[in-house]
Design a protein around this ligand. Structure first.
Ligand SMILES: [Zn+2]
Length: 179
C-alpha cells in the first residue's frame, strides 16, 4: 500500500517564490506535489508546520566538522557524527573538507571517507571529499597551518588522486599581488 505524508501550513521555499500556507505531499518517500492548496488524501500522516519555513535540503560545499567532531579526527565515527548532526539542522549533502596537512594524513582521511560513506545511513549524504590545500601561496593561506603549506608536487598530487576516486573538489591558491 502507498504511504503518504503531508506537510501543511508551511512557508515553502521554491526556486521561484515562497508559497504561503503551502502543502507538500510525499508518496512513498518521494515528493508528489507542492502547492498552495491542501490535498485530501485519506491515509496520509499529516504534519502541521504551523507557518514555519520548509526548504529543500542545504548542500554544504565546504565543511570541516560538527557535533564536536572534525573530518581530520581520522575515525569513521567522526564522519558519521558530522553527517548526522548536519542532517538534523537542514543540510542533506556535504563535501567533507580537509585541513592542510601531511600527505599521510590526507591519504588516511580519504580512506576513512570511503569506509564511513558505506555506513552512513542516517546522516547527510557525503558527496565526495574537498581537499583544502596544501598547495596555497603563503599570502593566500587564510586559516591554514603554514607548517604544511607547500608547492604543488606532481608525484604527491597524482598519488592522492589515484589513491581514491572520492576527491571531488580541491582548493589551491597561487600568489597574488595588488596590480
Ligand atoms: Zn576550510
Amino acid at each position: 500500500m502507498d504511504e503518504f505524508l503531508k506537510i501543511v501550513n508551511a512557508k515553502i521555499i521554491t526556486p521561484q517564490r515562497i508559497i504561503k500556507e503551502g502543502t507538500v505531499l510525499i508518496k512513498n518517500g518521494l515528493i508528489e506535489s507542492v502547492g498552495n492548496k491542501n490535498v485530501e488524501v485519506e491515509s496520509a500522516i499529516e504534519i502541521d508546520a504551523a507557518g514555519l519555513y520548509l526548504s529543500p535540503g542545504f548542500i554544504d560545499l565546504h565543511i570541516h566538522g560538527g557535533g564536536g567532531a572534525d573530518f581530520m579526527d581520522g575515525t569513521e565515527e567522526a564522519f558519521l557524527t558530522i553527517a548526522e548532526t548536519h542532517a538534523r539542522y537542514g543540510s542533506t549533502a556535504l563535501y567533507p573538507t580537509t585541513l592542510t596537512s601531511e600527505r599521510k594524513d590526507l591519504l588516511e582521511t580519504l580512506e576513512t571517507f570511503e569506509r564511513a560513506n558505506k555506513k552512513n545511513t542516517n546522516g547527510a549524504r557525503l558527496m565526495g571529499m574537498h581537499l583544502e590545500g596544501p598547495y596555497f601561496a603563503m599570502n593566500q593561506r587564510g586559516a591554514q597551518d603554514p607548517r604544511y603549506i607547500r608547492n604543488p608536487d606532481p608525484v604527491e598530487y597524482k598519488e592522492i588522486i589515484e589513491a581514491s576516486s572520492c576527491v571531488k573538489r580541491w582548493s589551491s591558491a597561487p600568489s597574488w599581488k595588488e596590480p
